[in-house]
Design a protein around this ligand. Structure first.
Ligand code: NAI
Length: 339
């Protein structure tokens, strides 16, 4: 058994504490070598400390380099920074990794297994926007600048190919719109293809225009393996791939930088069901598996995934969002029993 590693745990707001507790219980039952450093953020931290992202959270992540995070409510109003953007910037979390795999039976597709790698720091989300005044209309024209750098494109492409190699994936598809956006998307495609050459014979590569990719994903998703794409396209396509496998309650997302990895569910705090004990903890549990993968604990992660998948497939003890009547606790116990 390896020495335990310290990981920051941010339980989060709304359903966050109950689904992260369920995940901590499951990882402990699987013998994961982790000790948790619990830290509060979001509304919980605003109420207690007046700051949604206290310095103690950042200090903890700087030290541990790893965090499992429940969903956070960013307070509405001026003076509060967006917690997720702040974390992404602080730790340069350039890769957003969202796997989508069919587990539930009876959906439109029964063989989806796509890993979407989204560039997380550049593209249209850099926040360079302005209005242009024409005549007496100050908002006559609006502009948003998309930034693609060779360094940014290269590191995300390399991340996708390295991920493919490490996880036995066969192909990386570069998704772009270089036929129209010849400069920014052109640079992304050209850089991606150059990186692909280094992996020739080990990982195959093709590329697709984003609109054609969207159509093919909903018609023949089994043709895709790993997708790498820019920020906005990745944002949209990763919700699409989540939809192919049954929705946000089942999809984890990892945010990875050179040094730090932050693992979370894709969904939010679900205020409508918070405190009722009925939330589905699967997405955070799968984020916990991504955390274990990242720590080099793939065997344990796969064992947990198999227990989750078997419990979901059986559909006997599952939560309301996936057609069952079990509580968070009952579902968690069923997964643990399957380990
Ligand atoms: P949401 O994802 O919290 O909820 C959307 C719907 O899905 C709701 O009906 C909810 O009950 C259901 N749902 C979500 N997760 C579920 C689960 N695990 N089990 C069962 N049902 C589940 O999205 P919404 O309502 O737009 O956002 C609520 C809050 O969450 C907002 O304050 C938002 O800012 C925050 N948020 C935080 C995120 C993060 O920290 N990563 C991501 C997305 C939203």
């Amino acid at each position: 058994m390896p020495a335990p590693r310290e990981v920051t745990l941010i339980p989060g707001d709304g359903i966050g504490p109950s689904i992260t507790d369920a995940t901590v219980r499951l990882l402990a039952a699987a013998g994961a070598p982790i000790t948790w450093d619990r830290q509060i953020a979001g509304m919980t931290a605003v109420k207690e400390l007046g700051d949604p992202l206290p310095e103690a959270v950042l200090d903890s992540v700087r030290r541990t380099k790893l965090a499992l995070k429940g969903p956070l409510e960013t307070p509405v109003g001026k003076g509060f920074r967006s917690i997720n953007v702040a974390l992404r910037k602080e730790f340069d979390l350039y890769a957003n990794l969202r796997p989508a795999k069919t587990v539930l039976p009876g959906l439109r597709f029964d063989n989806v297994d796509v890993v979407l790698v989204r560039e997380n720091t550049e593209g249209l989300y850099v926040g360079i926007e302005n209005y242009v005044k024409v005549g007496d209309d100050p908002h006559a024209v609006a502009q948003s600048v998309a930034v693609v750098s060779r360094v940014g494109a290269e590191r995300i492409a390399r991340y996708a190919f390295e991920y493919a190699l490490k996880h036995g994936r066969k192909k990386v598809t570069i998704v772009h719109k270089a036929n129209i956006l010849k400069y920014s998307q052109g640079l992304f495609l050209e850089t991606g293809r150059a990186v692909a050459k280094e992996y020739e014979g080990r990982v195959a590569c093709d590329d697709k225009i984003v609109d054609a990719c969207a159509m093919e994903l909903v018609m023949r998703p089994e043709r895709f393996d790993v997708i790498v794409t820019t920020n906005l396209f990745g944002d949209i396509l990763s919700d699409l791939t989540s939809g192919l496998v049954g929705g946000l309650g089942l999809t984890p997302g990892a945010n990875i930088g050179y040094e730090v990895g932050i693992f979370e569910a894709v969904h939010g705090t679900a205020p409508d069901i918070a405190g009722k004990g009925i939330a589905n903890p699967t997405a955070v549990m799968l984020a916990g598996c991504q955390l274990l993968d990242h720590m080099g604990e793939q065997v344990r992660a796969n064992r947990i995934r198999a227990a989750i998948e078997a419990t979901l497939r059986e559909r006997k003890t599952v939560t309301g969002d996936v057609g069952g009547t079990a509580t968070t606790e009952e579902y968690t116990n069923a997964v643990i029993a399957r380990l």
